[in-house]
Design a protein around this ligand. Sequence first.
Ligand code: F0G
Length: 465
Amino acid sequence: MKSSQAFQRCISPACGATFDVGEILTSCPKCAGLVDVVYDWAKVAVPKRLSAFEARWARRTERLDFSGVWRFRELLSFAPDDDLVTIGEGQTILYENPVLAREIGLSGGRLHLQYEGLNPSGSFKDNGMAAAFTHARLVGARRTACASTGNTSASMALYAGAVGIEAVIFIGSGKIAYGKLAQALDSGGRTLQIRGDFDDAMRLVQEAAPRLGLYVVNSVNPFRLEGQKTIMYRVLEALSWAAPDWIVVPGGNLGNSSAFGKAFLELHELGLLKRVPRIAVINSTGARTLTALVNERGVRWNGGAVDDSKVAAYYAELDSRHVRAHTVATAIEINRPVNLKKCLRALEVTSGVVREVPDEDILDAKALIARSGPGCEPASAASVAGLRALVAEGLVSRGDRVVCVITGNVLKDQEAAVKYNTLAGDALTKATGLFASRPPRYQNLPIEVDANLDAIVKALEGDRR
Ligand code: F0G
């Protein structure tokens, strides 16, 4: 398959090897670096203004114009229109939340939450899968596969079923929230519960792929990230094409942050966006590789000359100390983020920052988010917990316009919410290993009452605790 306007290219400027879009690559065959999809923009009919995309809202009976990914197809034009895969992804909302803004200290500014949990499989992954499955079909893949903390597998299994390709799932045993496991199993994906964690699963799927002919849809697949760029197009669209000051996003495997950086870089180069927002990537303290590398060890993109020895030394330390990622935000329980270098590039392009937040703050933020708008799963709430910290330290100004990306639906991980809201004091600490030094801030304990009216009246009299 030849495309005259798109090709693949190693992200390392020192290598820069190029490949046809018809090749299946999760790394550069020459130097093992990550690979981008790149466009010869002169050959693509990109609109002169971003607002031109709005015309597609009027044609929502057209399958591609309905898709929140393919509505922007000129900005990811690697396949002919007839071959684009969609199941109606990307019908997501940007929701302004003044209550939450006030609570976390953004007084004059505006806080918007981009709800990607509204996608068909309940997470942002569907944006990426629409693009990855388009490529999978183009190259005639028979079996797709992924390692996952849950959402990738749920999304992949859904698209695989819809397109009629087999799905093979590698998950760490006991490392996946039930809602996600339920989705993967129900969708018929062949599910391998590996006695290990996500980092083991990620390594194994990459090792198994060539031997078993697996088409890997993790975010090392460059086409997946093309789909995830559209999250930012929709954010810009909802803000009438004015860039916000900040995009705050949880960091796990670092696919989103990488895709967002690429989206902004391309729009800027195309002259479609004058100022790019700053990206803040938020780790959990239990999975803090990016924080450690960027904030403590000074690792930078550095024009593509990343100091690999610092990265290798960090991983060697983790191994020698037997450190494994561990966080209540299981979706981002990752110590070896595969897109590290693309994320470093995104941080450079957007003057981005990295922060970490403890699990207690993540669970508090999750409860707070649900009080004044749609809820989310723990990993998603890392964005708001991180924003709160950035406002407190004064890096984000009280008047800044901020978008937090809410990556997954509240129903993905019910256990986290149920434990947080039903167990008090030591019982909560025992069940979660958290809140030993302070109580939860937004806990909403149910009230147990006898089955008679007097008891109910008594329980509801007086102020709420
Ligand atoms: N939020 C949610 C809900 C996720 O599922 C993930 C990643 C992230 C954030 C992190 O995004 O990798 O782009 O930095 N989940 C992957 C999975 C790893 O397997 O479902 P990232």
